[in-house]
Write a protein that binds this ligand. Structure first.
Ligand SMILES: [Zn+2]
Length: 479
């Protein structure tokens, strides 16, 4: 029998155009039409069914594959006992628990070094920080770096990174990496970016569950969701691509990050409750399938679950209870986190205490995709240990420089004669050691590529200083 993991990997390896064009008639049974140059097109149907029945159903093995959609996700006891044992290659140590808040100072030990928490996680989408050399970023105290499986799968391909010896060898960066499942980007194709979706008040819903409805551009739906996974088109060449709970784990094994993430569904903020219930249940089933695939070959990697439920208390609680019962190594907070900073704060207020119950308390918690300064302050006191965001490098490109007195927009003419004035008086980054605001104003206005590097270097250094100060403040009993 061919495992689903091999099945998918082979298909992706053979060709990105692994599936035939779909329409509403064949969509639900697209695995019948699955087509590639390997033997798997013969066995695709059978293998997905076998895995489905083993993982999701206590029904007799003659249950048809569609039964998986109605079944409950596996229970904690369905996973092997050894999976709950501590890992020798990954460990979270809590050094200090605040008495004032839920904030804590800790250390995540990974095969590629320690992550001091609370920690900012820089985003290197294509295994590179935008404008900054890893060597420079790491010198500012950057420990964990986040790369996106979606982008790396499309280019250069997970297999190429595997053949290079994994992401650490490929990038020649020795520090720890985390990769996501790719689901976030795929569902962003469906619903638009989180920002677009929020501002469209829910009108931007292009994902399809089998309908032929065209999207707002009049083109075919870019994403199709089924119990098995998600089919989407590559933004690079338009070819169809299949992402399943198993195939993302295979890709993340190839990429070789220290922390990996199971496939989840990212529903839009504007969604009716029944659809959200369905989506959370599907994420649970997908995450359990990814975990199962991961446990077949742990490969010195830790896996974090992704807690869902939007801003719905009951569903969030259900998601926390279910996912923390499984042998994940840490907990990521994902899904819709509210419409703005206030709602995020409220959500964390009632949700985070749930992570303090029993053994859950001893595992690291990661907030996905949010790390502006205000949100960091709000998240850390509520017990978040790590946060990732491309925000410091993204705003740097647009001329926003972070300082202890708020960010400055360097394009303003008022900085043009700030000779000898550093971006931030207290900053010791290489940019601030060598350049003043006047020169940076000039580089920005002249569109010099060097500006992006200098600005991003400063902003990343600033974030790591901020987290270092935050850790100290927790230890000093101020937070
Ligand atoms: Zn600086």
């Amino acid at each position: 029998m061919i495992s689903v993991g091999n099945f998918v990997t082979k298909c992706l390896g053979a060709s990105f155009a692994a599936t035939k064009p779909l329409n509403s008639a064949n969509y639900h049974h697209y695995h019948h039409y699955h087509h590639c140059q390997n033997q798997c097109h013969q066995s695709g149907y059978r293998t997905s069914y076998e895995v489905g029945s083993r993982l999701f159903s206590t029904k007799p093995s003659s249950t048809p594959p569609t039964g998986a959609e109605e079944s409950l996700p596996p229970e904690a006891s369905d996973f092997p006992e050894w999976a709950y044992e501590p890992r020798d290659f990954f460990r979270f140590e809590i050094l200090h628990q605040s008495e004032k808040s839920q904030a804590r100072v800790g250390r995540i030990h990974t095969p590629h070094g320690v992550i001091d928490t609370p920690s900012y996680v820089a985003v290197a989408t294509n295994a590179a920080l935008k404008g900054v050399d890893f060597r420079d970023a790491d010198q500012t105290g950057q420990q964990l770096v986040f790369s996106n499986t979606y982008h790396l799968m499309l280019h250069p391909g997970a297999e190429l990174i595997r053949d290079a010896g994994g992401i650490h060898k490929f990038t020649n960066r020795k520090g720890p990496f985390i990769t996501d499942s790719g689901g976030f980007q795929v569902f962003s194709l469906a619903y638009g970016s989180v920002h677009e979706e929020l501002s469209s008040k829910g009108e931007l819903k292009r994902a399809s569950r089998g309908s032929k409805r065209a999207n707002s551009n009049g083109s075919a739906n870019p994403v199709k969701v089924s119990e098995n996974g998600v089919i989407f088109r590559s933004y690079r060449d338009g070819s169809k691509f299949l992402l399943t709970p198993e195939s993302t784990v295979q890709a993340q094994k190839d990429i070789g990050a220290d922390i990996i993430i199971p496939l989840d569904e990212l529903p839009p903020y504007h969604i009716d409750r029944n659809a959200l219930v369905e989506s959370v249940d599907r994420s649970h089933r997908w995450e359990a399938r990814s975990l199962n695939e991961h446990l077949k070959n742990i490969n010195n990697q830790a896996m974090y679950c992704v807690v869902h439920g939007g801003v719905d208390r009951e569903l969030r609680t259900k998601s926390v209870d279910y996912l923390t019962s499984l042998p994940f190594d840490g907990y990521a907070i994902g899904g819709s986190l509210g419409n703005g900073k206030e709602e995020l704060k409220e959500l964390l207020d009632w949700m985070m205490p749930q992570f303090d119950e029993g053994e859950r308390q001893g595992k690291p918690r990661h907030l996905l995709g949010i790390a502006d300064e205000e949100s960091i302050r709000n998240a850390v006191v509520r017990g978040i240990d790590t946060l990732d965001s491309c925000y410091p490098t993204r705003v740097a490109r647009h001329g926003s420089l972070l300082t202890r007195n708020g960010s400055i927009k360097i394009k303003s003419r008022k900085y043009s004669r700030d000779f000898g004035v550093k971006i931030d008086e207290e900053c010791n980054c290489t940019t601030c050691q060598h350049y003043d605001r006047a020169y940076l104003w000039h580089l920005f206005k002249a569109n010099e590529p060097l500006f992006v590097t200098l600005a991003a270097q400063h902003n990343i250094h600033y974030m790591n200083d901020l987290m270092k100060d935050t850790r100290q403040s927790i230890i000093d009993g101020e937070i």
